[in-house]
Design a protein around this ligand. Sequence first.
Ligand SMILES: C[S@@+](CC[C@H](N)C(=O)[O-])C[C@H]1O[C@@H](n2cnc3c(N)ncnc32)[C@H](O)[C@@H]1O
Ligand SMILES: [Zn+2]
Ligand SMILES: [Zn+2]
Ligand SMILES: [Zn+2]
Length: 421
Amino acid sequence: MECEGIAGIEQFSSPGKGRGLRVSRAYEAGELLFSCPAYSYILSVNERGFICEQCFTRKKGLAKCGKCKKAFYCNVNCQKKNWPMHKLECHAMCVYGENWCPSETVRLVARIIARLVRYKKHFITLFVETESMNMEDMDNEKRELNEAHIAGLHHFYSKHLDFPDHQALLTLLSQVHCNGFTVEDEELSSLGLAIFPDIALLNHSCCPNVIVTYRGINAEVRAVQKISPGQEIYTSYIDLLYPTEDRIERLRDIYYFSCDCKECTTKSMDMEKMKVRKLSDEISQKEIRDMVCYARNAMEDFRRLLEMCELSIDKMNTVFDDANIYILHMMYQAMGICLFMENYDGAVRYGEKVMKPYTVLYPAYSLNIASMYLKMGRLYMALDRKSTGISALQKALAIMEVVHGKDHTYVTELKQEIRGE
Ligand SMILES: C[S@@+](CC[C@H](N)C(=O)[O-])C[C@H]1O[C@@H](n2cnc3c(N)ncnc32)[C@H](O)[C@@H]1O
Ligand SMILES: [Zn+2]
Ligand SMILES: [Zn+2]
Ligand SMILES: [Zn+2]
């Protein structure tokens, strides 16, 4: 059976993997197989003002919603089209102000429910049901997270939505976890979340033959290898940098299946990925295993640390202003964690929040302010925001010329950096 409306692609039953898609003709690398508009989507709060909420066009001079002043659009046309979804949030954002903080998952689920109700669709059938998904497999942490999402839905969206029962909401959340996509830009920064029903039919392989990219609110599927007629189309659900054991664990944890692709079977890249030092005494297998264990725990600790910072900021924010020093302290820590995890957008976000209060709370000539301007300037430069970067570096320089002295190497080096030498 041809996949609905897509020439050259058909849906079939993939042994051991549920439904899948395969090609009925040959495709070369670089060829577009198909594209799919988002069924439902949200723009991340951080991207507001840079990207149109409706069509995801990135441009300067977007016009803002006159009511909440928080949603931005190309023109009235985009704004009108977006209203059935934006109205779920517009009024609530005004009422809650700084305390409006539903998670991205909650925002997406609210929109899905609104669409289902609007088009009177039966609640569950719309989605690709993941056959191997088993609610009993879920650990406590996931259960708690789901309960928090449901509480968030009731808290922020009950004025506009009639919710289905608790069990149906849990099912919908699981479906969104398995079938939701993070829409990313060319630097792989997250722009938002979306549901692309046709793309959710693609199964996973660690040696994928297609890649999914985004153009506005459409997802596009392109071949990255030659695909012969009858072959299944595989995308990768995960970051392929990691060794087999890590990939398998991640796929089990999020998608509830074990990958049996060629790379998971041969593990041909694992040695390269797990390179160890060449020392005079050979490192034992046990030492390597222990260090892998240590590294994984350290990575997990950092993720949790960032979560802790975010949670504590949310909690303190109910009483303290953003410029309160306890909040500033946590934001500064969160910035450090983001930097360590190479999440530069996150680091800039926290840095920007810290910067202004710092300039008020510290004396005018302060090493802390200078170092923050330096860090931010370098971050902006690395993120290709040159003029903002230069301006921050110049502010650092002005302070450093006073506190370090004009002839200090730090100062001369910074001058060179600003000149791009
Ligand atoms: C986004 S859905 C893909 C479509 C799915 N096969 C279906 O019928 O709904 C993801 C689910 O597909 C299954 N799946 C995807 N890739 C797989 C693979 N390589 N091996 C086994 N199951 C896989 C898993 O159940 C996973 O949770
Ligand atoms: Zn637009
Ligand atoms: Zn609005
Ligand atoms: Zn694999």
